[in-house]
Design a protein. Structure first.
Ligand SMILES: Nc1ncnc2c1ncn2[C@@H]1O[C@H](COP(=O)(O)OP(=O)(O)O)[C@@H](O)[C@H]1O
Ligand SMILES: [Mg+2]
Length: 158
């Protein structure tokens, strides 16, 4: 298996997909979120955070770039690279979030991840698109050695 597709009928369904990720993924997982403005990237991360037991409100990090939530079952690092160009992204040294040496490993969710200069060896890419009726579709692909993460999602889906 190298990809999964989900039809998301409303915002709750998008958040529920995030929750499914939160249930399935281990510390050290990296999720690239791609798709247009308004496609549901932040909504998905809100569901993920809820599942991890984070009670702080998860807001869009468009202006803060990085929000760290440390109160849940695993740390959640929520990044949004929308306002940066690749050179600025490189200067941020974001590898530290998935290498786990400077801070505890958690789940790293990155909006506008296509701007990353240095990518992890393994990650899930979730591409969100709006469908003609105003709903959303998510396609999840495993990149590098992330196939086992995709398996875990498929297994806890039911
Ligand atoms: N499956 C869906 N169907 C309809 N609306 C959705 C769906 N998922 C999310 N939304 C709505 O889309 C809007 C933008 O979502 P947001 O998560 O902020 O997008 P992004 O972070 O990609 O810019 C929100 O109002 C959200 O409730
Ligand atoms: Mg967003």
């Amino acid at each position: 298996m190298s990809a999964l597709t989900f039809h998301l009928a409303d915002a709750d369904a998008t958040a529920d997909l995030g929750a499914l990720l939160g249930r399935s993924l281990p510390a050290g997982s990296v999720i690239f979120l791609t798709g247009n403005l308004g496609s549901g990237k932040t909504t998905l991360v809100q569901g993920l955070g809820r599942e991890l037991g984070i009670t702080d409100a998860i807001a869009s990090p468009t202006f803060t770039l990085i929000n760290e939530y440390l109160e849940g079952r695993l740390p959640l690092y929520h990044l949004d690279l929308y306002r940066l160009d690749p050179a600025e992204v490189q200067a941020l040294n974001l590898e530290s979030y998935w290498e786990g040496q400077e801070q505890p490993l958690g789940i790293v969710a990155i909006e506008w991840a296509e701007r990353l200069a240095i990518r992890p060896d393994a990650y899930l890419e979730i591409h969100l698109t709006m469908t003609a009726n105003g709903q959303r579709q998510a396609e999840i692909a495993a990149i590098g050695k992330a196939a086992n993460w995709l398996e875990a999602i498929a297994t806890s889906k039911t």
